[in-house]
Design a protein around this ligand. Sequence first.
Ligand SMILES: [Zn+2]
Length: 252
Amino acid sequence: MNQVFVLCVGEKSVPRSQFLYRDPSPGNIVIAFYFWVVLCESGPIVVDCSFGPEEASRRGVARYRDRRELLAACGVTPEDVKTVFVTHLHYDHWAGHGLFPNATYFIQQREIAFWQGPGRAFPLFSASADLAAIGALEPLRKAGRVKVVDLDWSVAPGIDARLMPGHTPGLQILRVETANGTALIANDTFHFYENLAERKPVQVTVDMLEAVRSMDAIEKLGAKNPELVLAGHDPVVMDRFPAIAPGVVRVG
Ligand SMILES: [Zn+2]
């Protein structure tokens, strides 16, 4: 049966108002930075690349953990990884792609088009990306290491990808059948559970209407096992599941 793990690379204190659209409440909240591992019959699938220590210090991420150590807790070495499912191309999900020398990256066509066009051109969007990592897309594609996907698609038995636009145009999420039920790696469809409950996206959202519609879709998709719907950045995820190592929990 498929297994799902959440791996936490670090955290940061951020203004609450930036992460709940138009919320007037002052003060800060803690955001956690995750990536995910799905173990299935055909081998490990890593969901997002996260980022390395240089990007972490540049962005002020605290309590940074080495990704190789986190992966080892799941029995995975970066060199083993053939499949990386890329949810979207913000720095905290894509900048660290260099860790996986043998991987093919599965990315939505509209996500690539956005970041090679307006996403790159307008500072409003490009501030959330690592432009060197965006620039690496084309050489990786020429080397046959980017698999461009479109809309919903089937990844492996019991593992499906769904397009959930809004936060970015080509954000895709994973639905994974596990022994505990169906887990949703909802990623940045919502960062915190409060975003989902209030239907208030984060400020870094390309299309607000699509973002709230994607939240509706997530809630429907996860209705059977709401406890297995995983927020993209909420620290509470680490408290809801058993830890198998520091910074790693097992969902199912
Ligand atoms: Zn993110």
